[in-house]
Design a protein. Structure first.
Length: 170
C-alpha cells in the first residue's frame, strides 16, 4: 500500500469515528432531555435515600419571625393529610423559602395499641406524606429532617398519639 492509499484509509477511519462520536453525543443529549421532561430522577444509593432521617428530633428554632410548630392529626389507621394541611404549614414554607439555611423537622407519632411494627410504619408514612407535601410546596427535600417514629400515650386526647409535627429546626 502506498502513502496515498494509507492516507485515504486513515481519513476514512477518522471520518467513521467522528460520525460514531457525534451519534453517541446526540443520543446522550436526547436521553437527558427526555429524562428532564419526564421528571425522572436518577436512582439514589441506599445511603443517600436514608439521608435526612434521624433518631433524635432536632431542637426547634425560636425567635422573632420563626413560625410556630404545626401539628397534623390523623384518623386511626390512616396516613392521609388533613384537607387544610397546606394552609396550616404555609408560614413554615414561606420561612423555609426565605431562609436558605433553614432545616424543617418532621416528627411522626403513634400510640401503643395494635401491632407495634404496623404503628411504626403508619407513623413513618404520615411523616413521608407530610414531607411530600412540603416538597411540592417548594421546600427543598435536602432541608427536611425526618425523625424516626416516636411512641406516645396521647395524653388526654387520643389524637395526640396520631400526629405529625412540623417545625423550623436548629
Amino acid at each position: 500500500m502506498d502513502d496515498d492509499q494509507q492516507n485515504e484509509s486513515n481519513v476514512l477511519i477518522a471520518w467513521v469515528l467522528g460520525i460514531a462520536v457525534t451519534i453517541a453525543i446526540a443520543v446522550s443529549l436526547i436521553i437527558g432531555v427526555v429524562a428532564a421532561l419526564s421528571g425522572d430522577k436518577p436512582a439514589q444509593a441506599p445511603a443517600a435515600a436514608a439521608a435526612g432521617e434521624v433518631d433524635q428530633a432536632p431542637a426547634m428554632a425560636t425567635g422573632p419571625g420563626v413560625p410556630q410548630l404545626v401539628k397534623f392529626y390523623f384518623d386511626t389507621g390512616k396516613a392521609e393529610l388533613p384537607a387544610d394541611a397546606g394552609a396550616q404549614v404555609q408560614a413554615i414554607v414561606d420561612y423555609a423559602k426565605s431562609s436558605p439555611n433553614t432545616k424543617i423537622g418532621i416528627s411522626g407519632f403513634h400510640d401503643k395499641t395494635g401491632d407495634a411494627a404496623a404503628n411504626l410504619e403508619l407513623a413513618k408514612n404520615r411523616a413521608k406524606a407530610t414531607r411530600a407535601m412540603l416538597v411540592s410546596a417548594g421546600v427543598p427535600e435536602d432541608r427536611l429532617i425526618l425523625v424516626k417514629p416516636q411512641e406516645t400515650t396521647g395524653g388526654a386526647d387520643d389524637r395526640e398519639a396520631r400526629r405529625v409535627e412540623v417545625y423550623p429546626a436548629q
